[in-house]
Ligand binder design. Structure first.
Ligand code: TYD
Ligand code: MG
Length: 456
């Protein structure tokens, strides 16, 4: 009846990792319902900590003694990934790459060693056999002269091999398939995931070998069901995108050694992932000039400016009530903008159906898109095409005023770089160094915008 003194049954919250001695319907730590799962944990050991022998002389050091001159970052051979990490991977860091199944995590992490043959890499796969990894590598191409594959799920064996091989980089695919003999629950359980991650973190810190850890995301968008890993690891990169479409976004959510507002764009091709160095290209219209209902927005995602097309269709409502629908944009915000157009600028849109779409399947939350949305709606309503080389960046307030947005200068510079000739911004924005070749038009409110834009 009684459990052995070494084994303890506890309940874990799969959302935040909170531990509780009994089941509860609602986790007291994060407030989520129905997230508690039962797990057995072995006590009396201090697992993980013994995985790697501490080098002799491992003791507290004075800050002054520590040598920071040695090169602590290493290039991964993929420029966009390096940029996302803040200029290469930091030695001894643990990087978690999360994403839904099939999005391309394994592909990316195998492409890294294949594109930097100078780096000795150990690629541990718990999901595929060595032969399957080889088949994938053949498909990706690249130089495989310094890449070692190990198909194993036991952390003890993996760390022993890694210590012997001493690679420059280790990839572990995936955290959910690995298990440690120190913990008795099955692979993929909360306690195993925590333990495996802690072992890898310890390994990375002691040996200085950077580790890329892959984690599947649950349906709710949490890595391994929880925030539990996010605070253990140094860097969290998240793969996003529609896995039917070919574009993938890799976003840095946490980075102890760099900025978190970075984003890299990839395209999934027949030969693996291609880095898209100029993401605006994929989002800018394919059609010629003269189409009404479209406006280009200079948006910012993180620190990276993007230019993309906002499309609107305004037509007379077929039935009594007008329909409003928005793809990639908050429909409540659309309704607010339409109300502003009606009340502050006198456009009668209440009997019109309005459909809004953000090109390329983008989902935007940047308030700077307001101006482009308003212009696309007006352009469709009056069937007046906005000239091709014009773009917009501004927030629209409730009184119809056009408000400044952050990082206006970056947006203007990106627009100029892509060949736009005119950008509409708020008259309250300041741009210190305006780039050459682009005219900045400052507008204070919607009537002023309309006068300027549709005067021709
Ligand atoms: P994968 O890296 O296995 O996803 P994850 O590890 O995140 O689960 O990616 C699998 C998808 O990528 C699969 O649907 C096939 C596609 N793919 C390509 O389109 N081209 C390629 O060269 C490769 C290797 C995969
Ligand atoms: Mg995979």
């Amino acid at each position: 009846m009684a459990t052995s003194s070494k084994d303890r049954k506890v309940w874990f919250c799969t959302s935040c990792g909170n531990e509780s001695p009994k089941w509860m319907g609602r986790c007291p730590a994060c407030g989520e319902w129905n997230t508690m799962v039962e797990q057995t944990v072995a006590t009396g050991k201090n697992p993980g900590r013994q995985a790697v022998r501490q080098p002799s002389g491992y003791r507290p050091m004075h800050l002054r003694e520590i040598d920071s001159s040695a090169e602590c970052r290493m290039s991964l051979g993929m420029a966009e990934v390096d940029r996302l990490l803040g200029g290469g991977i930091v030695k001894g860091s643990l990087v978690l790459v999360g994403g839904e199944p099939g999005i391309g995590k394994s592909t990316l992490s195998l492409q890294i060693p294949l594109s930097s043959p100078g780096m000795k890499t150990l690629y541990v796969s718990g999901e595929e056999s060595a032969r399957q990894v080889k088949m994938r590598a053949d498909r990706l191409g690249g130089d495989d002269s310094n890449c070692f594959i190990f198909s194993e799920t036991d952390m003890g064996a993996i760390l022993a091999q890694a210590e012997e091989l001493r690679p420059d980089l280790m990839v572990v695919d995936s955290v959910q398939t690995m298990f440690s003999a120190n913990v008795e629950s099955s692979a993929g359980s909360v306690s195993q995931i925590k333990e495996v991650t802690a072992m890898l973190l310890h390994f990375a810190k002691v040996t200085g070998i950077p580790v890329i850890l892959i984690g599947h995301i649950t349906k709710d968008g949490y890595i391994a069901g929880p925030k539990i890993l996010e605070h253990i690891v140094d860097v969290v990169l998240q793969f996003e995108g529609d896995n039917k479409g070919s574009y993938r976004l890799l976003r840095s959510i946490k980075n102890r050694f760099g900025s978190t507002s970075e984003l890299a764009v990839f395209e999934m091709t027949g030969k693996g992932l291609r880095e898209v160095t100029n993401p605006s290209e994929m989002l800018i219209p394919m059609h010629g000039e003269g189409l009404s209902g479209t406006a280009i927005c200079a948006m910012l995602d993180g620190l990276r400016p993007f230019l993309f097309e906002v499309q609107a269709l305004v037509s007379t409502a077929a039935y009594g009530t007008a329909q409003r629908s928005a793809t990639g944009f908050d429909v409540r915000r659309l309704n607010m903008l339409l109300a502003v157009l009606e009340k502050r600028a006198g456009f009668k849109l209440n009997m019109k159906d309005v459909f809004l779409n953000m090109a390329g399947g983008m989902r935007v939350s940047d308030p700077a898109c307001d101006l482009a949305v308003v212009c696309a709606v007006l352009s469709s309503n009056f069937d007046f095409a906005i000239p091709e080389n014009v773009c917009f960046a501004g927030e629209v307030g409730l009184s119809g005023e056009i408000r400044p947005v952050n990082q206006t200068e970056r947006r203007v510079t990106e627009a100029a770089r892509l060949g736009f000739r005119k950008i509409y911004i708020s008259s309250f924005s300041s741009v210190d160094n305006s780039p050459k070749g682009i005219e900045i038009v400052r507008v204070s409110d919607i009537p002023a915008l309309v006068r300027n834009l549709f005067k021709g």
